[in-house]
Design a protein around this ligand. Sequence first.
Ligand SMILES: [Zn+2]
Length: 385
Amino acid sequence: VTGRAVAALGSALLILAAPAAVRALSARLINRDGPGEGFNDSTPVEPVGGNVGTTLGEQRLLVFQRAVDIWAAQFSSPVEVRIGATFDPLQCDAGSVTLGMAGPVAAFHDFAGAPLPRTLYPSALADSLAGIDLDPGADDIEAQFNSAFGTTCNFPGGWYYGFDGQIAAGDSDFLTVVLHELGHGLGFLSFVDIFTGARLTGENGQPLDDAFMPLVIDDRSGRTFVEMTDAERAAAIVATGHLKWDGASVVAASGVLRAGADGLGRVQLYAPPEPVDGSSLSHWSDVLVPNELMEPIFTQPIHVPGLANPALLDMGWRAAGIECAAGDCDGNAQVSIAELITAVRIALGEADLATCTAADVNGDGRVSVNELIAAVGAALNGCSG
Ligand SMILES: [Zn+2]
């Protein structure tokens, strides 16, 4: 399993429209295969492991949709995540196989709502933080899976399309692989060059940080990737056992591990002594016990994001299930004073309801005193989780 950073750099956008407040992550799978192939392959198949699809293409789509649903339940976002996916022949021979590749289609920096300046956020996360689609109509994530595996190439085994993880020896669990690749697509990856330690450069040739970098440390110096030179990053990327994730959410969740976390709860990242393209840095270490979804090599069926969930929270995703009853105009799970003022202005007829539809809880087209009180309550007490 490899991850790919496809980073066509978007320019900084400033858009002032008030977004609609949507309170769960919605993600759409967009089948980009041609007629009769990949996700549209019409070869008849028997149902397997809870997957009731009757053609190969349908079974592939049903697994993919399940993976999308599992990720969508983790986070909340006001912007739909668009995932373009294909099944195509990828590298595969008797000795090795690339199961899938996925990554953000683009990354954005210095948009309104970006937590850190001069820092690249993968498209789906950038949209979520901005509260708007920064590149409307474009896919956020591009995912590709190997159609040669188990069909035309000599590598032993093939895809398992059941939902129950009951794979035969040598087979790979498609649900696990899709979940893994979508983890990269949502942002679990760095754009740093793993051979040189160099950062990606922006429009004017200036290097940019990425949202992964502040959370990655070399425990020998205690410095983060943001605080290092290129040479220091390159050295850290091959520092087996010393390259670690140091983010509050992962540290708090690291007790699930029996191996791979240190006494401070910092979790090892994959840092083999020679950099491995598509694997080093942007995965958990393979020493983690129990195995995690975002390890670089398929180990076993894993149908939960595991520590990738808190890692993505550390990067800026918002947890699912935190909702504001009223007044959260931008859908960021917090009600600000500015949003309260907007709600009051709507109630007084001085502003249009379209400036904050979230103030109108019951959807009757007006903002009542009770709805204002609910908004004040959310501002004072936080939104409910
Ligand atoms: Zn990967």
